[in-house]
Unconditional design. Structure first.
Length: 86
C-alpha cells in the first residue's frame, strides 16, 4: 500500500441490523443456532452410518446439537416475548 492508504475498508453494518430491536437480534442469533443444530444433527447421522466402525471421530455432535437447539429455543422464546410486548 502506498502512503496513507488503509489496508482494508471497514465493513459497514446494514441499517436493518443497526436499528433492529433486541428481540430481532435474538431471533437472528436463534436462526444461526438452529442452523448449527441442523449441521450437528446431520453430522451425527453421518457418523452413525459410517462404513468403518472403528473410525469414530472426536466431535461430540449430540452435545453440540442439544446445546445449540436449547439456546435457540430460549432465544426464540425471548424474541417472541419481546415482539408480543412491543
Amino acid at each position: 500500500m502506498r502512503g496513507g492508504e488503509p489496508y482494508a475498508r471497514p465493513v459497514e453494518e446494514p441499517d436493518f441490523l443497526i436499528f433492529a430491536s433486541d428481540a430481532t437480534l435474538a431471533a437472528l442469533w436463534a436462526g444461526a443456532l438452529l442452523l448449527l443444530a441442523l449441521v450437528a444433527l446431520l453430522a451425527e447421522r453421518r457418523r452413525l452410518r459410517r462404513q468403518r466402525i472403528d473410525a469414530v471421530g472426536c466431535m461430540p455432535w449430540t452435545a453440540i446439537f442439544l446445546t445449540a437447539a436449547f439456546a435457540a429455543t430460549v432465544l426464540l422464546t425471548l424474541a417472541l416475548k419481546g415482539w408480543i410486548a412491543g
